[in-house]
Design a protein around this ligand. Structure first.
Ligand code: SF4
Length: 365
C-alpha cells in the first residue's frame, strides 16, 4: 500500500532540491532530473515545454478530446472540510436524489449527448453508502457507456461489488499530500484519516477498477510539493498496477464562500506548466480539466496535454432536472457541450463522448 512507501520528509527534501530557476537549461536537461521541470521557467522554456507536450499528446492520443459530465447525487456530508460547500458545519438544506430523480437526471444528460457520467456525493454514511450505490448503479448502467464515481474512499471488497453493479472508474483526490496541511483543512469526520485516503487508489486497483483518477486540490499547499508527491504516487501506481489506466486532475480551489480562498494560490501560468510537465513525464497519462477553469484557459490547454474535459457541469444534486439544492462549488466555464465541440473543431480536433464500453473487455452487465 502506498501509505507504507510515501515519505513526507523525502518529499520535502526533494522539494528543497528544486532550483529556483535554471534559465540556461533546455527542456531536455530539466526533464532529465524530473522534479527540476517544476522550477520557475523562462518564457522560452515554458513555450518549449508546451510544444513538447502538444507533440506527445498528438502522438499518443491523436486529435481527440473525451467528454464527461458530473452528476451530484447528494450534498449530505459528515465531514468538515474548510473549502467545501457541503461541509457538515454549513447550515444548508441537505438533499439526496431518490431512484426516480437519479434516472431523470441521467436521461437528461444522455439527451444532451453525454455517455460518460461521473457520480459524486458527499460522505454521509447513513444515506449515501453501499446499499444506495448498489441500488442505483444497476439503474444507471444501461443508459451510459462509462460510469465513474467520486465518493468516499471504500474498501477493496466494496469496489469489487460495485464493479459487478457497473462501476468503471474511480476518482479520488488526496486533496493535499502535506499531512499537516491536510489535517488543518479536514477538521472532523472520517476524512481525517490521511493514510486511509492515500491507499484508496491501491484498493480500487486491486479490486480491478479499470480507470483511476488521482490529484491534489491546488491551493491547499505548495504546488511544487504536490507535484513531486503526485509524480511519486503515479510512478508507484504504474509500477504496481500495470493493467490499470491512470489519469490525473489539477483542480484549483474555487470560491463559494470566504473560507475557500486558497492559502497557496496557483497561477494560470503554473497550472499550464503542471499540465505540460506531467504530459512530458507520463506520455500515456490521462489528464482531466474541469469547468472550474475559464473557457479561455480550457481552450488554450486543449491541445497541450488535456485528454478529458467535463462540460455543462452543475455541482448540486439533481440540478439537470431543476432540483434546487446547495452546490459544492461554483464553476466558471458554462458553455454547452456543443459550443465546446465547435471550438475543438476549429482547432482541428474531434470530440469523443464514448471511447469505452465494458463489453470490450468483459461480459458486461
Ligand atoms: S470535500 Fe467531500 S468530504 Fe469534504 S465536506 Fe465536501 S463533500 Fe464532504
Amino acid at each position: 500500500m502506498y501509505s507504507e512507501r510515501f515519505s513526507f520528509d523525502e518529499t520535502v527534501a526533494k522539494r528543497e532540491r528544486i532550483p529556483s530557476s535554471r534559465p540556461n537549461n533546455t527542456i531536455d536537461q530539466l526533464l532529465l532530473t524530473p522534479y527540476n521541470v517544476f522550477t520557475d521557467l523562462t518564457n522560452d522554456q515554458l513555450e518549449a515545454l508546451a510544444q513538447r507536450a502538444a507533440y506527445i499528446t498528438k502522438q499518443r492520443f491523436g486529435n481527440v478530446m473525451r467528454f464527461f459530465v458530473p452528476l451530484y447525487l447528494s450534498n449530505e456530508c459528515y465531514n468538515n472540510c474548510t473549502y467545501c460547500g457541503f461541509s457538515y458545519d454549513r447550515n444548508i438544506d441537505r438533499y439526496t436524489l431518490n431512484d426516480t430523480e437519479v434516472i431523470d437526471n441521467v436521461q437528461a444528460l444522455v439527451s444532451r449527448g453525454f455517455q460518460h457520467i461521473l457520480l459524486l456525493t458527499g460522505e454521509a454514511q447513513k444515506t449515501v453508502e453501499m446499499p444506495y450505490f448498489e441500488r442505483i448503479l444497476p439503474l444507471i448502467r444501461p443508459h451510459v457507456s462509462q460510469l465513474g464515481m467520486e465518493v468516499q474512499p471504500l474498501e477493496e471488497a466494496d469496489y469489487s461489488r460495485l464493479i459487478v453493479c457497473g462501476l468503471d472508474a474511480v476518482t479520488v483526490y488526496q486533496e493535499t499530500y502535506h499531512k499537516d496541511h491536510y489535517l488543518m483543512h479536514h477538521l472532523s469526520g472520517k476524512k481525517r484519516r490521511f493514510e486511509y485516503r492515500l491507499d484508496t487508489a491501491d484498493r480500487a486497483a486491486r479490486a480491478g477498477v479499470y480507470r483511476i483518477n488521482i490529484g491534489a486540490l491546488l491551493g491547499l499547499s505548495d504546488w511544487r510539493f504536490e507535484a513531486i508527491a503526485l509524480v511519486d504516487h503515479l510512478k508507484y501506481l504504474y509500477k504496481t498496477y500495470w493493467q490499470t489506466q491512470f489519469s490525473i486532475s489539477f483542480p484549483r480551489i474555487t470560491s463559494i464562500f470566504d473560507a475557500t480562498r486558497p492559502l497557496h494560490p496557483v497561477t494560470d501560468r503554473q497550472l499550464v506548466q503542471l499540465v505540460c510537465a506531467f504530459r512530458c513525464l507520463f506520455p500515456d497519462l490521462g489528464i482531466t480539466l474541469s469547468t472550474r477553469e475559464s473557457a479561455q484557459l480550457r481552450d488554450g490547454l486543449m491541445a497541450l496535454g488535456i485528454t478529458d474535459m467535463s462540460a455543462e457541469s452543475m455541482t448540486s444534486p439533481g440540478a439537470y432536472t431543476g432540483i434546487d439544492a446547495e452546490p459544492q462549488f461554483s464553476t466558471t466555464d458554462h458553455r454547452s457541450l456543443t459550443d465546446i465541440q465547435s471550438v475543438l473543431s476549429h482547432q482541428g480536433m474531434d470530440s469523443v463522448v464514448k471511447d469505452w464500453d465494458r463489453t470490450y473487455t468483459c461480459s458486461g452487465s
